[in-house]
Design a protein around this ligand. Structure first.
Ligand code: SF4
Ligand code: SF4
Length: 86
């Protein structure tokens, strides 16, 4: 089964560039790009640990779990089976 995928959403209007998120991120998904501003270049590196979201003092980070493509396929399969049996 494929690993879960996450999207790191940062509300820059709430962020004060304190640097906590990119210092605690174990996979370096969030990095310090310029002037202390957190940036995510590759969302696929995120493992969904939520450390950044929980430690951001300004609630500026939201980790969103992406819908799995494999789940969609199995749902489609179930739907088809349901139609055939109806
Ligand atoms: S921890 Fe929050 S406030 Fe600090 S740099 Fe990261 S997003 Fe911005
Ligand atoms: S949830 Fe974990 S891996 Fe993902 S960006 Fe935040 S600290 Fe990094």
């Amino acid at each position: 089964m494929a690993r879960k995928q996450y999207r790191v959403e940062i509300k820059y209007e709430w962020c004060k560039s304190c640097g906590i998120c990119y210092h605690v991120c174990p996979t370096k998904t969030i990095i310090n790009k310029e002037l202390g501003k957190p940036v995510v270049l590759d969302h696929s590196k995120c493992i969904g640990c939520l450390v950044c979201e929980n430690l951001c003092p300004d609630f500026a980070i939201n980790i969103v779990e992406m819908k799995q493509e494999t789940d969609t396929k199995s749902d489609d399969k179930k739907a088809k089976v349901g139609v055939e049996n109806a």
